[in-house]
Design a protein around this ligand. Structure first.
Ligand code: F6P
Length: 359
């Protein structure tokens, strides 16, 4: 690999807390090496659209500003979905953009989808890439944690704390629908931290009977309220997706299972009234927790270290709590990491009496 003089950094996919701290870390580490850093706007769009959209980043962009402490992406991000047939063409434009800007490598802060799509662009266009995992879904393969997940868990946990008080006042079973796409990590971690009674995730089948039995058990114990967490990717008992909504490239948009379950419970059980809170995009906001800030800084620094040592086409991440990196092709091959139905979290939830499906 040629000696690095200039790199690009971009954030891709759904935003989350901690992205700006990652970019700050990359900029600080890279400029310390004497490299120039170009911040690419709006995910890969800044390199594939005409005119190219980017800005030169220096330490000044992030010192004396609140940016590293804020959620969202200073650079902008892209989560609209790109049609498969347009991807080959976009890869060519991506390569042209990289060469026009004279970038020796690109640091991509993204989730499973971005690692897949952008690493494809890079391979097609002969561009060196290092990935940094981020997503509130925590489904990026091989790494134990992605930046933004911990903060999203905190947002959901805070919501459960807030819901508990009103649930108790009104003797209700309150349902919290959380994001996570087809992975139940966010739901399960938040349900445990927020002391929920029921947690439904896409990876574990459930029955209405199981839900009602749990509510009845709560009622019989003398408690007058209950908390239910449901992940947006959960389907009906018979396996149908609840949403009919689609994005502009025809992919389904999750959302609505909370309302569906609420109606179903109300129609079949009268022990508790139910109400639904669909938390939505606030899960992608909130100042990053100290864990996410730490992860952001450590992974950003590691990405630059990899490049400085001539290693590319890798994604940095955590394994057994240690910073490491994985071959991008292994990350792409692994696809998406859902919640393991036998994980210690699921086992613990069951052990303490939470209904997490089946039975
Ligand atoms: O992947 C992150 C995520 O927030 C998912 O949890 C959610 O399903 C999706 O993005 C929402 O995407 P959009 O921002 O396009 O509504």
């Amino acid at each position: 690999m040629t000696k690095i003089k200039r790199i690009g950094v971009l954030t891709s996919g759904g935003d989350c807390a901690g992205l700006n701290a990652v970019v700050m870390s990359v900029v600080n580490a890279a400029t310390k090496n004497g490299w120039e850093v170009y911040g690419i706007h709006d995910g890969t769009n800044g390199l594939t659209e005409s005119p190219l959209s980017y800005e030169v980043l220096t330490r000044q962009n992030f010192s004396d500003t609140p940016w590293p402490r804020l959620a969202g992406s200073y650079l902008g991000s892209l989560n609209s979905g790109i049609k498969k047939e347009s991807q080959a063409e976009a890869a060519v434009r991506f390569g042209e953009g990289v060469r026009k800007l004279g970038l020796d490598a690109v640091v991509v802060v993204g989730g499973d989808g971005s690692m897949n799509i952008v690493s494809n662009y890079c391979e097609t266009a002969g561009v060196q890439m290092v990935g940094i995992p981020k997503t509130i879904d925590n489904d990026t393969p091989l790494t134990e944690f992605s930046v933004g997940f911990n903060t999203a868990c905190q947002v959901c946990t805070n919501a459960l704390d807030d819901l508990m008080t009103t649930a108790r006042s009104h003797h209700r079973a309150l349902i919290l629908e959380v994001m996570g796409r087809d992975a139940g990590h966010l739901a399960m971690h938040s349900a445990i931290a927020g002391f929920a009674d029921i947690c439904l995730v896409p990876e574990i089948p459930y029955t209405l009977k199981g839900i009602i039995n749990k509510l009845e058990e709560i009622k019989k114990s003398g408690r007058t309220s209950a908390l239910i967490v449901v992940s947006e990717g959960v389907k009906t008992e018979t396996g149908e997706a609840v949403t009919a909504a689609k994005n502009m490239v025809g992919e389904k948009i999750n959302g609505g299972i909370g309302e569906y379950l609420s109606n179903l419970i109300n129609a079949n059980y009268h022990g508790f009234q139910t109400r639904v809170t669909k938390l939505g995009h606030v899960q992608r906001s909130g100042n990053p927790t100290s864990f996410d800030r730490g992860l952001a800084v450590v992974l950003g620094a590691e990405a630059v270290n990899l490049l400085a040592n001539g290693h590319t086409n890798r994604m940095v991440g955590l394994k057994h709590g240690q910073v490491t990196s994985f071959a991008l092709k292994d990350v792409v091959e692994a696809g998406t990491t859902g919640l393991d139905a036998n994980s210690p979290y699921v086992k613990a939830a069951r052990t303490i009496g939470m209904y997490v499906g089946e039975e």
